[in-house]
Design a protein around this ligand. Structure first.
Ligand code: MG
Length: 341
């Protein structure tokens, strides 16, 4: 079996159709890092790192971390567990950089075996829930335009955490009777969140993501107790080890590869969450179809899917999993099943 002999990186310049604004701010231009692991037979595994400043990463830290990790490529691409553990020990944190390598290794392993990654895990792609499409924070005029542009998506995720959240919700609800989910991205305090609950109910919101700051677990517990709408922890839950302390304080957790650092850690998070009877969501960053597809392969295991990162782009360089019409469609090709446009 030919070993992955080298790693190559490439910076991807991504641009969203609209500036993507959440409670912490926003932008239109994103730089992610594509990783290619090439083996002696010329097979390639692909992955992508979308660094998030909130988790201490930038394009530069990703490139530096990858240089370190690349000194420990496995002789056999199927030695995924040991390799991921070795990377984590070598240089902790840096989850976006590590998840790019993890995705590339899974892609290569699937290609070696000639099967898609979801088949490696024994999953039925027909079980993937529908994905939301996100409407970022914007003016009333722009919100109307975005809801129009999102006509093909059956479930919308609305970004809140502003001083005009009620206006945002009302504007969108006046235009559509679609299912609405909201994400405050840590933008509220406990009092504000509890005051918003009847408003969210009035507008028929079905999921409330991360109302409070990441470390305010007691506040989250209060909001969850007061809420008939399920509360999901995103910024409060990065890896599997974060889950036990969230039990009884939220209704579910949001997994992102760029937070948890590997596909195997994502699967562990699902197992731990299920053991505690928590709902499981998978989310994403603004990233191309490489990273979206890596996460899409485990969507048959989750309840809530929010994988619109590539659908929000004006210039996605790749094709892979899609969410057209909201339906998650997994590629059938070996590995991640990606190709360049
Ligand atoms: Mg979120």
């Amino acid at each position: 079996m030919a070993s992955p002999v080298r790693m190559e990186t490439e910076i991807l310049q991504l641009r969203t159709r609209h500036p993507f604004i959440i409670a912490r701010g926003g932008q239109s231009d994103y730089r992610t890092v594509m990783v290619r692991l090439v083996d002696g037979d010329g097979l390639e595994g692909w992955g992508e790192a979308a660094p998030a400043r909130i988790y201490g990463e930038s394009t530069e830290t990703v490139l530096a971390a990858l240089t370190n990790y690349a000194e420990h490529l496995p002789a056999d691409p199927l030695h995924i567990e040991d390799t991921e553990r070795q990377w984590e020990k070598l240089l902790r944190l840096n989850p976006a950089a590590r998840c790019a390598l993890s995705a590339a290794l899974h892609d290569l392993a699937g290609k070696r075996l000639g099967i898609p990654v979801h088949r490696l895990w024994g999953l039925d792609p027909a079980r993937a829930p529908r994905s939301t499409f996100t409407i970022g924070i914007d003016t009333v005029e722009k919100l109307r335009q975005k809801v129009g542009e999102a006509s093909e998506y059956p479930i919308l995720k609305i970004k809140l955490g502003t001083d005009r959240d009620v206006e945002i919700l009302r504007t969108i609800r006046e235009l559509t009777d679609k299912e609405l989910r909201v994400d405050a991205n840590t933008g509220w305090n406990t009092r504000q969140a509890i005051r918003m609950l009847p408003v969210l109910e009035e507008f028929g919101v079905t999921v409330l993501e991360q109302p409070l700051p990441a470390d305010d677990l007691d506040g989250l517990a209060q909001v969850t107790r007061a809420s008939r709408i399920p509360v999901i922890a995103d910024e409060s839950c990065l890896v599997a080890a974060d889950i036990p302390r969230l039990v009884g304080k939220v209704d579910g957790i949001n997994i992102k590869l760029a937070k948890c650092g590997s596909l195997r850690e994502a699967i562990r998070m699902i197992a731990v969450a299920r053991a505690h009877h928590l709902m499981v969501m998978v989310g994403c960053m603004i990233e191309s179809s490489i990273a979206i597809t890596a996460a899409a392969h485990f969507t048959p295991l989750v309840d809530i899917v929010d994988l619109d990162g590539a659908a929000l782009l004006a210039n996605d360089p790749f094709t892979g999993a899609t969410i057209a019409g909201g339906q998650v469609r997994l590629p059938t090709g070996p590995g991640l099943g990606l190709s360049r446009r």
